[in-house]
Design a protein around this ligand. Structure first.
Ligand SMILES: NC(=O)c1ccc[n+]([C@@H]2O[C@H](COP(=O)([O-])OP(=O)(O)OC[C@H]3O[C@@H](n4cnc5c(N)ncnc54)[C@H](O)[C@@H]3O)[C@@H](O)[C@H]2O)c1
Length: 458
């Protein structure tokens, strides 16, 4: 599905017209290509006095080939920026802010450099989870960071993304590795359509890869609903990043599924997830072929839209069964048979409809809110087994599903976000990929929206 308006705007003639009329101006987003530098320009790293993360973040940046310029306005250490400097990223360690008056440091850092960011540049603010703060005042100040990052995401435009990363104060080795994984994801073009998010890095087993360009080397990954759309893009991204991918879809989609499997050198399983014993049959297959499954991605999903007054019971039960109950059945069998090992990952696909609700989608939104409940309940329950559980919640993604939306609604969905455009299946795939990395083990219990900071449910 092509976005003709975005193509027009990105052409020379279109640019001038859009500027003159003040129309939405969708930028060309920076997307990851293996071998790309992490950032399109230098990084500026600021810190409030007493911050505990500037030093490890500096080390991570240097390991990724970025020599950060450090700015410490609190200590009077402003960096002189000439008019032509374009930073690839502005990072700020706010963990040293212990009360609301200290929030002034945020202004001091962002005000002078706000116009010095590259197109598709990155803003990352690092904080302490409010519930871990020593005093109510510190918790208040740390909670306030969310308003800053979400607003910057809306203000800066030109494909710039802004996120808040809360890093546990009781970190272990896994925390450091997962902070590196998270920064490598957020700063790169992999996170092109992720903005305005709050990500929590906790504790847990996490292993850094030998090569960050192949962060899934040797991992056995299952992707459901992989014959087309987001699932097919996901299979390609995971294989590119080194995984052995098992793709699954309904028998009717067998040809498309086989084409995806052949293209990526993976294996295909034709199975309807609503069939009796589907979970057991899948577990038997994974046990026989691989002896384990390191990553399970629950991506298969359907819509059967009608207002609840006009909906028959089949539409309700089918959607809940495919989108939610089948995930529970598969998790139960794979966990009971211990086929997901220590360091395993479960990633589910939710939707912003599960956060905001949507007219005509009571069944779908219920199932997708249920997926968030699954993450909330299962993540703590599986922490002891070293298995992380997360979800992504896509917004408007250009697929067959969204191509069926009536034109006026489709245009509204595309433009009502900070990027003024729909996302691509690859944007969801890259985000799931990051959550699946062995290096991301200390990121669990998160629901990360891939929605270009959609206004829906914001
Ligand atoms: N496209 C979007 O904008 C968007 C937005 C939010 C969430 N999502 C979610 O992302 C996921 C993928 O969506 P998509 O846009 O790629 O949809 P899609 O319809 O293109 O792909 C879904 C795949 O799931 C498979 N599937 C359906 N029922 C199945 C079953 N019973 N057993 C096995 N496979 C089954 C389908 O055959 C299909 O290949 C879904 O969970 C969807 O709800 C999509």
């Amino acid at each position: 599905m092509t976005d003709r308006y975005a193509s027009f705007v990105q052409s020379g003639a279109g640019r001038a017209l859009v500027k003159r009329l003040g129309l939405p101006d969708p930028p060309r987003l920076r997307r990851h290509r293996p071998g790309d530098p992490l950032l399109p320009g230098p990084a500026l790293l600021g810190t409030a006095a007493g911050g505990r993360l500037a030093e490890p973040v500096g080390r991570i940046l240097r390991a990724a080939g970025v020599e950060p310029t450090t700015a410490d306005p609190a200590a009077g250490g402003d960096v002189a920026v000439d008019a032509d400097t374009r930073f690839g990223a502005l990072l700020y360690d706010a963990t040293g802010i212990t009360d609301s008056t200290g929030l002034r440091h945020l202004y001091d850092f962002f005000h002078p450099y706000a116009r010095s960011l590259h197109t598709s540049g990155r803003v990352v603010v690092l904080g302490t989870p409010p519930e871990q703060c020593a005093t109510p005042r510190e918790a208040t100040a740390q909670r306030a960071l969310e308003g800053l990052t979400r607003s910057i995401g809306k203000e800066f435009g030109r494909g710039v993304t802004a996120q808040l990363v809360y890093v546990t104060a009781d970190g272990d080795a896994g925390t450091a590795t997962s902070l590196e994984a998270t920064l490598r994801f957020l700063l790169s073009g992999r996170s092109a359509y992720v903005s305005g998010q709050v990500i929590r890095v906790g504790t847990g087993p996490a292993t850094a890869p030998a090569d960050w360009d192949r962060p899934l080397d040797g991992q056995v990954v299952l992707v459901t609903g992989a014959a087309r759309g987001i699932g097919a893009a996901l299979a390609r991204v995971l294989a590119r990043d080194g995984a052995q991918v098992v793709v699954l879809d309904i028998p009717e989609a067998g040809d498309e599924l086989a084409a995806v499997a052949n293209e990526i050198g993976g294996t295909a399983v034709q199975l309807d997830l609503t069939a009796p014993n589907a979970a057991t049959r899948l577990a038997d297959h994974l046990a026989a072929r691989h002896g384990r499954v390191d990553v399970v991605v629950h991506n298969a999903g359907i819509t059967r839209d009608k207002t609840i007054a006009r909906m028959n019971v089949d539409r309700w039960t089918q959607v809940i069964d495919v989108n939610l109950s089948s995930q529970e059945r598969i998790n139960d069998v794979l966990l009971e048979r211990e086929l997901i090992p220590l360091g395993g990952r479960i990633v589910s696909v939710s939707s912003i409809a599960g956060i905001a609700g949507n007219r005509g989608q009571t069944n779908y939104a219920t199932s997708k809110a249920g997926v968030i409940g699954l993450v909330d309940s299962l993540a703590p329950a599986l922490a002891g087994r070293g298995i992380s559980v997360n979800a992504v919640a896509p917004g408007f993604i250009e697929t067959r599903l969204t191509a069926r939306i009536p034109l006026a609604l489709r245009e509204a969905g595309r433009r009502m976000n900070s990027m003024s455009q729909g996302g691509l299946p690859v944007d969801v795939a890259e985000t799931i990929g990051w959550l699946a990395w062995p290096a991301s083990g200390a990121v669990s219990g998160n629901v990360v929206r891939v929605c270009g900071q959609s206004l829906l449910g914001a």
